[in-house]
Write a protein that binds this ligand. Structure first.
Ligand SMILES: [Zn+2]
Length: 148
């Protein structure tokens, strides 16, 4: 399972594996055992040249692996949630993508958002995509994920 936590990417870049992650008190799956360190997974983020190590924990009781994820990011996305959101919102309002990121990448986000909306919310939400974006987030979905 993935646990979103507040994390300072600049500090992670500087300290690497010695970055002080806050460890969950108890296992989030069984809520009984204390968790143990279970290595790191590397993940890429915009603005960071190298992959950053993200902490993992494992529960000796139920075997659940908990991966900590900086809360400003969707899983498997390198841009912050706020960047993705603001790019889609300004495209919808101004009719063009803001400068900075590749527009091919942004178009993927918008296409994926429409698919997610159709899959989880219904066709009537296509006329209010900004609201739908936030609604999907509150349902625990990644609104720009390519997997339904
Ligand atoms: Zn457990």
């Amino acid at each position: 399972m993935i646990l979103p936590v507040s994390a300072n990417l600049k500090e992670i870049e500087k300290k690497g594996r010695s970055y002080p992650w806050s460890k969950p008190e108890i296992c989030l799956c069984c809520r009984q055992s204390h968790v143990w360190g279970h290595g790191f997974v590397e993940a890429l983020f915009d603005g960071y040249a190298k992959a950053l190590p993200l902490r993992r924990y494992r529960c000796p009781g139920c075997g659940c692996v908990i991966k900590l994820r900086p809360e400003a990011y969707f899983r498997r996305f390198q841009a912050t949630i706020e960047t993705i959101r603001s790019h889609i919102f300004s495209r919808l309002q101004a009719g063009r993508w803001p400068r900075g990121l590749s527009s091919a990448r942004c178009r993927h986000w918008l296409r994926a958002l429409k698919r997610q909306v159709l899959a989880h919310l219904g066709i009537e939400w296509l006329s209010r995509l900004p609201e739908a974006f936030d609604q999907l987030v509150s349902l625990g979905k990644v609104p720009v994920s390519r997997c339904i």
